[in-house]
Write a protein that binds this ligand. Structure first.
Ligand code: C2E
Ligand code: MG
Ligand code: MG
Length: 765
């Protein structure tokens, strides 16, 4: 019975162990069995009793077992549910003991870290964490462990079983006090991919910042409302605003001068339409000053490709602009006075004429002003004070005129003025006189009072068909007249001057042709010895046989030849022709010393670099002795470039030539020249010789020059001897040679030769 019961119970519970709840019952059965001691009735009664009780208990038990089975099944169910969840989850679920040993890892750990879960059970958690991250992980875990219910997340790198590192994001929950778990549960997720993307993003941002911050250009990112999103440090150097001050403000409100806002809005609109462009604009700085920037504006797009603002690369071009403006100013202005230069003046004239041509202009006048004897000021005071005088003159002219008038320094000591709204000669003359009055007040230069005066030529523009050059030429012609009439005054260009100017222009054209056509010829005037009256030589004098106007005097055409440069070719020809004729005469009349020939050399000829060569070439070609040739130069040659002149004179002298100073007494008449330069003789100008017999002043002048010249061993030649009394007077006063109508006018070569070969027509007493 006992065994049977046990068997029954076992079948019920499926185990060798009888549940504790039934143990009392089994004990009661065993006791009853023992008490009956084989007495069948007693046993049966006891059994009845117990079976009654057993039945009740059994029913009870059955109810209990059913309940328990249900619970157990539910439990099994839920356990399976959770197990399957954890075992199949992509995240790793781990359970750690309070001391940090691993109790359980879900299988996902194999997929993520390559370890089998069983292998890690019992090891220390986080043993595979990256050394750099371990401290943070342990700290987070420690914190969770100390605080029941605490939850903490931490991201760290963990070694993979085979290679490299995986980035895990783990969330630990303290469930030590939860009866079912009694551990720390950690949910770990593999975020390696995400973190690579994050790192890449971070790196790209660092790259952007590094580039943006080291850029030589300013960089501004604004949104579509022009609110600044980003500014790099260079922006501060350009605008004076720190980047953090700018972010959040509108560029329009702080960086752009108010006048430029409207055009800037248009640019913003273009940017919003996707147009990129490069442009220059003014920049408003924090301190209120303005500069210039060049901006390369590009539409700024988000990841989806929509335009969300503007990226502006900004270069500070303030300095470049300043230099440009200076250059532009420099090209059109005179460096010394700061006034418009010739180019700008002509340009303004042209514009004014153009306006008149289009019927919208107003008549105007042109003044040509030349400082009287500026050269003298320059030479006596020095170039620095000379420059200062020009500067002050320029300033006075500007002051004396109206704002609309243009004053320019035309070159050297010449100024030009364009007078707005001046229609009549009377008006223009008033202005010119006002200018002359302004210049009459002494200037203070280097603490010294300096007086200056000027001459002014006036030309009026009546119609638009005039050319700027023509107007200036007219004003210049009037200036010439003003100077000829005694300087310090003004003259208005008129018809007569116009005619003269036209004649001059015509002469220029004709002279060019004359040289080519051989219209030039030479006449020869004898030079006579005041001792015996014999001819010692000749002076060659140029003549122009004009096909229509007949013979033209050198006084009329030599200045034109000088101005146009034609003198160079003419001079070459004169020199050569004179040497040719001299050679033939020397052959016809051999003498010792040989017959001489004087040739005039003008200032422009004298500065030719090959002058010495020319002379040498001509004397060699015709075989005349160098010492029989005289070159006549004037003092102006020596004044302009004294050092270069001295060099040339020495070189000419080196050839053996004689040098004569012509027209002595009419120019600077500096006796110092005779000491300073290697001069062989002076030719006293005919204005001192003419009438000397009745004018004691002239005679004294001639005597003075001759005495001084003699003391320096310099010879004296008298020009323009035209009265019978003069040769004796000149001889007494120390002149050796003479030239003049008294002896002979300049003659064509055949007549001169005849004179040379025949008996002289004159006698000296
Ligand atoms: P100059 O060299 O002083 O020449 C002397 C001038 O005085 C000549 O005038 C001559 O005809 C003139 N003359 C001579 N004796 C008398 C006189 O008794 N009374 C008056 N009233 N005049 C007299 P011309 O030939 O008209 O030459 C004028 C100037 O032209 C020359 O002055 C010279 O400076 C220049 N010239 C002439 N030929 C040449 C030349 O071939 N080359 C250069 N560069 N200049 C020349
Ligand atoms: Mg002469
Ligand atoms: Mg002369």
């Amino acid at each position: 019975m006992h065994k049977l019961l046990l068997r029954q119970l076992r079948r019920h519970f499926g185990s060798a162990d009888v549940p504790a709840e039934l143990r009392g019952f089994v004990d009661a059965v065993n006791q009853a069995y023992e008490e009956a001691q084989g007495d069948r009735v007693l046993l049966e009664r006891a059994m009845d009793l117990t079976s009654q009780e057993m039945l009740e208990r059994y029913r009870d038990l059955q109810a209990q077992v059913g309940e328990r089975e249900r619970v157990e099944q539910a439990l099994r169910h839920s356990e399976e549910y959770f197990r399957s969840l954890t075992e199949n989850a992509s995240d790793v679920v781990s359970v750690l003991e309070a001391d940090g040993t691993v109790r359980y890892h879900s299988p996902a750990i194999e997929r993520i870290l390559g370890y089998s879960p069983d292998l890690l059970a019992g090891t220390r958690a986080f043993a595979g964490a990256h050394p750099d991250d371990r401290q943070a992980v342990e700290a987070a875990f420690g914190e969770v462990r100390r605080t029941p219910g605490a939850v903490r997340s931490v991201t760290y790198r963990n070694r993979h079983a085979r290679e490299g590192w995986r980035v895990l994001e783990s969330t630990a929950t303290n469930l030590l006090h939860a009866p079912a778990v009694a551990g720390i549960v950690i949910n770990s997720r593999d975020v390696t991919e995400r973190s690579v993307a994050e790192v890449a993003l971070r790196e790209s941002e660092i790259r952007f910042r590094t580039v943006a911050e080291s850029l030589g250009e300013g960089l501004l990112i604004t949104d579509l409302d022009d609110v600044i999103q980003y500014a790099n440090p260079r922006v501060e150097e350009i605008y004076g605003w720190r980047p953090e001050e700018l972010v959040g403000r509108k560029g329009l409100e702080v960086l752009i001068p108010p006048d430029d806002i409207a055009p800037f809005r248009e640019r913003m609109a273009r940017r919003a339409r996707g147009v990129a462009e490069r442009y220059e604009m003014r920049a408003l700085r924090k301190d209120g000053t303005t500069g210039w920037v060049e901006i390369h504006g590009t539409p700024f797009r988000n990841a989806a490709g929509d335009i969300v603002g503007t990226l502006g690369a900004i270069t500070d071009i303030t300095e470049r602009k300043r230099v440009q403006e200076q250059l532009a100013h420099g090209a059109l202005h005179d460096a010394l006075t700061g006034l418009p230069n010739r180019a700008l003046f002509l340009n303004r004239l042209e514009h004014a004429l153009e306006r008149i041509r289009r019927g919208r202009g107003i008549p105007f006048g042109v003044l040509f002003l030349d400082v009287d004897r500026f050269k003298l000021v320059n030479d006596s005071l020095g170039h620095g004070p000379g420059d200062e005088l020009l500067r002050q003159i320029g300033a006075r002219l500007v002051q004396a005129l109206r704002p609309g008038d243009t004053v320019s320094r035309f070159g050297g000591d010449e100024f030009t003025v364009m007078l707005e709204r001046v229609a009549t000669a009377v008006d223009a003359t008033h202005v010119a006189e006002r200018l002359l009055a302004a210049l009459a007040v002494p200037f203070s230069i280097g603490g010294r009072e300096v007086y200056a005066s000027a001459s002014i030529g006036i030309a009026l523009c009546d119609g638009g068909d005039a050319h700027p050059e023509e107007l200036l030429r007219n004003a210049d012609a009037a200036l010439g007249r003003a100077k000829a009439h005694g300087r310090g005054r003004c003259e208005v260009f008129d018809r007569q001057m116009h005619a003269a100017a036209m004649r001059r222009l015509q002469m220029e054209t004709d002279l060019r042709r004359a040289v080519a056509n051989g219209e030039l010829r030479l006449e020869y005037q004898p030079v006579v010895s005041l001792e015996g009256g014999g001819i010692v030589g000749f002076e060659a004098l140029a003549r122009w046989e004009h096909p229509r106007h007949g013979t033209i005097e050198p006084a009329d055409f030599i200045p034109v030849a000088e101005e146009t440069g034609l003198i160079e070719g003419i001079g070459r020809w004169v020199l050569d022709e004179a040497c040719r004729v001299l050679a033939s005469w020397q052959a016809a009349v051999p003498r010792d010393p040989p017959l001489t020939m004087a040739v005039n050399v003008s200032a422009r000829q004298f500065v030719q670099p090959d002058l010495v060569q020319q002379v040498e070439c001509s004397i060699r070609r015709h075989g005349v002795p160098a010492h029989s040739v005289r070159l006549e130069i004037t003092e102006s040659v020596l004044i302009d470039k004294p050092d270069a002149a001295a060099e040339t004179l020495v070189a000419l002298r080196g050839l053996g030539l004689k040098l004569h100073l012509d027209d002595f007494g009419t120019g600077y008449s500096s006796l110092a020249f005779l000491e300073r330069f290697p001069i062989d003789a002076v030719k006293i100008d005919r204005s001192f010789v003419h009438g000397m017999e009745s004018e004691p002043r002239r005679a004294r002048f001639v005597a003075g020059i001759a005495a001084f010249a003699r003391s320096l061993g310099v010879g004296v030649v008298a020009e323009g001897v035209d009265a019978p009394a003069q040769p004796a007077l000149l001889r007494e006063r120390g002149c050796q040679l003479a030239q003049g109508y008294l002896f002979s006018r300049p003659l064509p070569p055949e007549q001169a030769e005849a004179l040379l070969l025949g008996e002289p027509a004159w006698t000296l007493d």
